[in-house]
Design a protein around this ligand. Structure first.
Ligand SMILES: C[S@@+](CC[C@H](N)C(=O)[O-])C[C@H]1O[C@@H](n2cnc3c(N)ncnc32)[C@H](O)[C@@H]1O
Length: 398
């Protein structure tokens, strides 16, 4: 059966609130300026680091030998810096006066990107170079092991929103520095220290605010339930801290190199809106799966959490499939009869394409297999969507 229609996007009543757009930042820049200039509260970007490597998706159940391509990080330095200059200028244009940007980078490009940010945002808008220190990965004997990433934090203006109280962690029962561990007049454990003739007292639950060295957040381990299989995925805890401190509730968080959708997933959980861009079809597939799985949990308590996925060009997958469409007084149905797919199937939906070219599923399943059957009790659905693990997709009308 051949691909029949080419929708421009998908819409779900939950999984958001937010939008994912498939495309390069460069290609999207002017459209983003028109739609979002001066409206974004926080931008987090985790662009390629200039490693020269290719990255893939590793999914349980998909044969090891089958490499699912995610993206390649192989630009020469001059092209990379030219791209980043455009991206950082775009970030400046999209942010509100109260907004901030966090640029996640490592030792390779950090110095050059910092100078670029100084130029674009102004040196006075530099806030922090956050050192995210971790223990994972191998150890070098040729030099000291490189065990941190750099996150450059700039504000757009002196009016920037920043709430350190949102990211405090309880001090805990451990004695720190040379503080005295004692008990107050109510029998409550506390720590005190004298300085400049004054006594300072802290309790176990007194919050401690993070410094610019973040060593309390580890990379995800191999079996971490957060893992989506997308290479270079960052832990949610990292984004939780950034979003909680630098975006007010209900605000808009943008990620222009969205990857597995960590920023979007955390923004939704923290009651912020999101805008995610990524050039990789594999990212689109993983983000869809991740947000819909999360959205299913919260859909009963959250009313307005629509998710929109938009793809100016349809990434066609490499697979052959066959379906049976049927209809009776109780609904419209589709059944997957067979498929041959290089990367394995990840998603199947049954719905309608509106006059705006957007596909709206009545029902979907995240793990279709032969025999999977979807229905629409409103009898309207006539289009089935099938996606593979590399993000390729096709739409068929019955
Ligand atoms: C380091 S990964 C981001 C990982 C993400 N923070 C996460 O937690 O999953 C970088 C992403 O940038 C995307 N990318 C690379 N060049 C791009 C471009 N020019 N425009 C948009 N996305 C791009 C890649 O497809 C990849 O998903």
């Amino acid at each position: 059966m051949r691909s029949f229609i080419t929708p421009v996007g998908e819409e779900y009543p939950f999984g958001g609130p937010g939008k994912f757009i498939l495309g390069t930042v460069q290609a999207m820049a002017e459209q983003l300026r028109q739609e979002y200039a001066n409206t974004v509260d926080l931008i987090y970007i985790d662009p390629p680091f200039g490693t020269g490597d290719g990255f893939s998706v590793k999914l349980p159940g998909v044969r090891e030998k089958v490499k699912i391509p995610a993206y390649s990080d192989s630009m020469d330095t001059a092209s990379y810096l030219e791209m980043m200059c455009g991206v950082l200028t775009l970030c400046h244009d999209l942010l509100k006066d109260t907004g901030s940007v966090y640029v996640h980078i490592d030792y390779r490009m950090c110095a050059r990107i910092r100078l670029m940010l100084d130029e674009i945002f102004g040196e006075s808008c530099f806030q922090n170079e956050i050192i995210w220190a971790y223990k994972s990965g191998g150890r070098s004997v040729r030099h000291y092991s490189r065990k941190h990433d750099n996150i450059l934090f700039y504000r757009k203006s002196a009016k920037a929103y920043f709430d350190i109280s949102a990211v405090g962690v309880p001090r805990g029962p451990m004695k720190r520095n040379n503080m005295k561990r004692t008990v107050d007049e109510n029998g409550k454990l506390c720590f005190s220290i004298r300085s400049g003739g004054k006594t300072y007292t802290y309790y176990e639950d007194t919050p401690v605010y993070p410094s610019d060295v973040w060593a309390d957040i580890e990379h995800m381990h191999q079996r971490d339930p957060e893992r989506t299989g997308y290479a270079t995925q960052k832990p949610e805890a990292l984004l939780r801290r950034i979003i909680s401190a630098s975006c007010p509730e209900g605000g808009l968080v943008a990620d222009l190199f969205g990857g597995s959708g960590t920023t979007a997933a955390v923004a939704a959980k923290l009651n912020r809106r999101f805008l995610t861009i990524d050039a990789s079809p594999a990212s689109l597939g993983i983000v869809r799966k991740r947000l819909l799985s999360a959205g299913c949990d919260v859909s009963l308590i959250k009313q307005s959490s629509a998710l929109a996925l938009s793809y100016p060009a349809l990434p066609e997958g490499e697979f052959d499939t066959d379906f049976t469409f049927s209809r009776d007084a109780f609904g419209a149905y589709v059944q997957l009869d067979s498929f041959r797919s290089k990367f394995g199937l990840s998603f199947m939906a049954f719905g309608t394409v509106g006059s705006d070219g957007v596909f709206r599923p009545a029902e979907y399943t995240l793990f279709p297999t032969v025999g999977s059957r979807l229905s629409d009790s409103a009898c309207k659905a006539d289009t089935v969507q099938l996606c593979d693990n590399a993000g390729g997709m096709r739409f068929y009308r019955g």
